[in-house]
Design a protein around this ligand. Structure first.
Ligand SMILES: [Zn+2]
Length: 492
């Protein structure tokens, strides 16, 4: 990160950032949007191609129904109004990875409009408007490295050409890089819950462009914006926006003007660089795609799609709190991804005490996963294993210290909890009753008054003895066993 001088920090306080985001999300269809080629990632270059996605003359596009359904699902999850009729349009530009010379997108009549994403900003709820959500095809990919003659030549891989995308355009409602980060986190979470994309940023399934301008506080009119393109992590977007706000304020404070342009972020340097002057919509000479009919999503089809809608993150959090008696904070952690939430629920259902499962997942499992840099899917301890360990803890068969040790062994050996528990000979806490009995005998001798009270009928005094034994065993003794032994020795 670049350090900012104090004078610049002071100047920055006079300006308000205005940010809007354009997010491209790749849909998880098996085939491309206008042909039957596979969308599989990582196949050898140019093996998933046909005349349509190669852009050969005369080839005709045929719309993939599944892509439309996924796009409608996403639109509904963002509370958008789905237009009954939307129109595909040609967006004309030349680029080596775009053999047709145009991209099929949607322009003045997009699939869906007027949605929002609820975020939290400084502890308060805030709605960020979604202007539009439309369908389009992806372009191919220029390969500048990885081929034998990469020093002289750029290769083209058209496997990605024609992969279905949705573009989600926000209103310029975001007022800080932190809000942008929160918006993207919520957007990704909602998309993941709908199941229409894996949102894998490394594979380019989710890409973000940011429009940013600054204006003096109190001024209604927007300043001139710049666009930061293709930043491939949410953290980098936050950094790029921070840098860009500082840069724009610096230019304005020095009496300069912001040039409307597209800039690229260099994550190593923490800076943005001018790439080209920003295109205007008219530069693309949009016109309706003559090879495709208007897209009709009538009420009947929409109702069918609604039935495929899975529970969304906010609703799920509320339900987990109610159903399993966990806190809102716990519910927030456990729903961070759909996989984690699914796994938690299966364990909570299997175990005797859901709250204990929640505590173990958060306290014992997540910490160990984080320390090892593992995702929940890679955990050696399955959720069934967590449920089993929770029950052992619940019954008092093992102590929390023993559980921690067994979890450590699981992570060392890469084995699930029940496997390790068996291999360790199903350990039971303080099974050595002779040590406990000795402790109790000593207590009986040392506390004749309490023994007399107990034998005189004040049975509750047993709690005193249990407490003493637990203390003497440093919490390792099994309370049920202690109770049994005490009753026997005191003569119940
Ligand atoms: Zn194809």
């Amino acid at each position: 990160m670049v350090t900012t001088p104090e004078s610049a920090v002071a100047a920055r306080a006079h300006y308000e950032p205005v940010i809007g985001l354009e997010v491209h999300v790749q849909l998880l269809t098996a085939s491309k949007i206008f042909c039957s080629c596979s969308t599989r990632f990582g196949d050898p270059p140019n093996t998933n191609v046909c005349p349509v996605c190669l852009g050969l003359p005369g080839a005709l596009p045929v719309l993939n129904k599944k892509a439309v359904e996924f796009a409608v699902l996403a639109a509904l999850a963002f509370e958008c109004r789905v237009n009954e009729t939307s129109i595909f349009a040609r967006k004309n530009y030349f680029y080596p990875d775009l053999p047709k010379g145009y991209q099929i997108s949607q322009y003045d009549r997009p699939l869906a409009e007027h949605g929002f994403i609820a975020i939290r900003s400084n502890g308060a709820a805030k709605k960020i408007g979604i202007t539009r959500l439309h369908l389009e095809e992806d372009a191919g990919k220029s390969l500048h490295e990885g081929t034998p003659d990469a020093a002289e030549k750029t290769a083209i891989d058209l496997n990605r050409s024609g992969v279905p995308l949705i573009e989600i355009v926000s209103e310029p409602d975001l007022r800080s890089p932190d809000e942008a980060y929160e918006y993207l986190t919520r957007l990704k979470e909602i998309i993941e819950y709908t199941g229409v994309s894996d949102c894998n940023m490394e594979e380019g399934s989710l890409r973000c462009d940011a429009n940013i301008s600054v204006r003096p506080h109190g001024q209604e009119q927007f300043g001139t914006k710049t666009e930061v393109k293709n930043v491939n992590s949410f953290r980098f977007i936050r950094e790029a926006l921070e840098y860009e706000i500082g840069r724009q304020v610096g230019v304005l404070e020095a009496g300069g003007k912001i040039v409307q342009e597209t800039r690229l972020y260099n994550a190593n340097e923490g800076k943005t660089y001018s790439m080209r002057s920003k295109e205007q919509a008219h530069d693309y000479r949009y016109f309706p795609e003559p090879d495709l009919l208007p897209l009709l999503v009538d009420e009947k089809w929409k109702a069918e799609i609604v039935r495929q809608m899975s529970e969304l993150p906010e609703a799920r959090r509320a339900r987990l709190v109610k159903e399993y008696g966990i806190t809102a904070y716990d519910a927030g952690v456990l729903t961070a991804s759909k996989t984690l939430a699914d796994q938690f629920e299966s364990a909570a259902k299997a175990a005797k005490n859901a709250k204990r499962v929640a505590n173990l997942v958060q306290g014992e499992l997540m910490g160990r996963l984080k320390a090892k840099g593992l995702e929940i899917e890679q955990s050696p301890i399955s959720m069934a294993g967590v449920a089993a360990s929770a029950d052992l803890l619940e019954s008092g068969a093992i102590s929390s210290k023993m559980l921690k040790d067994l979890y450590d062994l699981s992570f060392q050996r890469g084995q699930d909890f029940p496997v390790v528990y068996e291999a360790e000979g199903r350990p039971v806490q303080s099974a050595d009753t002779s040590a406990l009995e000795k402790m109790i005998d000593e207590l009986i001798i040392a506390n004749p008054k309490q023994v007399e009270q107990y034998r005189g009928g004040k049975k509750t005094i047993i709690g005193f003895f249990v407490g003493q034994v637990m203390k003497a065993s440093r919490g390792q003794a099994n309370p049920q066993l202690v109770n049994q032994l005490l009753s026997k020795k005191l003569g119940g």
